[in-house]
Design a protein around this ligand. Structure first.
Ligand SMILES: Nc1ncnc2c1ncn2[C@@H]1O[C@H](COP(=O)(O)OP(=O)(O)OP(=O)(O)O)[C@@H](O)[C@H]1O
Length: 231
């Protein structure tokens, strides 16, 4: 799915969480959404997921199915799954959709099959995220939104989660917010950087890194530090 956002603005009272932002998410690529705390990442992800309304602007999608049937979302806090077992959660979410994938195959593909009889609350952070992603994939979406999926995970769990994300998103436009620039540089084809609700950088990751002759981590610091220094 291709996603096009035009002139999106979102205000909370007088505060502009997003200020007239426009972008196009390239189809079937992994898009990294980066920016400082409070820059507007969750707000735009929630608007794209249809969970929040923008005050101005428009979103358009190229899709074959109804939008919600074609969407998978993992938000930052899914602790409300706590009292269910992994297999039960997958079956429950699959039952919401007329078309869905083979659950046993999905469990194998996301390597959660050994945990299907465990309670969600007893899983490690990394395993919970694998289950969250599996749940988001039950309807075989062509647009996947993941809000900071690797935050709080140890380096091995983070590496394994990116392996999983890369292995299940070939035919999916995937947008992922992250504070880990090394991960974004390595795994995301395209990136969008927000600063105070505006886009300050967007484009293919390789082009950005090559044309600036520095790592994304260094570029991030340069862009975000300059304002502090000039004060
Ligand atoms: N419901 C709300 N009411 C008022 N202000 C809000 C609300 N939700 C978000 N904000 C503000 O909007 C701004 C953007 O928030 P958002 O959660 O989108 O940022 P973020 O980039 O996802 O941050 P983080 O990296 O910390 O998750 C922040 O200043 C936040 O305090």
């Amino acid at each position: 799915m291709k996603v096009i956002a035009k002139n999106i603005t979102k205000k909370y009272d007088d505060f502009f969480a997003l200020n007239n932002i426009s972008f196009e998410l390239p189809e079937n690529k992994i898009i990294g959404l980066i920016g400082h705390n409070g820059s507007g990442k969750t707000t735009i992800l929630e608007i794209m997921a249809g969970l929040k309304k923008s005050d101005m602007g428009s979103l358009s999608y190229t899709q074959n199915r109804k939008f919600k049937a074609d969407l998978g979302v993992v938000l930052q806090d899914n602790e409300f799954y706590s009292d269910a077992k992994v297999g039960e959660l997958l079956s429950l979410f699959a039952s919401f959709y007329p078309q869905n994938v083979d659950i046993l195959q999905l469990e194998k593909k996301t390597k959660i099959d050994k945990f299907r009889n465990e309670f969600y609350r007893n899983l490690s952070g990394g395993m919970k995220q694998r289950v969250n992603i599996a749940i988001a994939l039950v309807n075989n979406p062509s647009f996947l939104i993941l809000d900071e999926p690797t935050t709080g995970l140890d380096p091995l769990a983070r590496r394994d989660l990116w392996k999983l994300i890369n292995s299940v998103t070939e035919k999916t436009t995937t947008v992922i917010s992250s504070h880990y620039m090394d991960e974004v540089e390595k795994n995301c084809d395209y990136l969008i950087m927000l600063k105070n609700g505006s886009i300050v950088l967007k484009g293919y990751t390789k082009d950005i890194v090559n044309s600036n002759s520095m790592s994304l981590d260094e570029l991030y610091i340069q862009i975000n530090e300059s304002e502090e220094e000039s004060k």
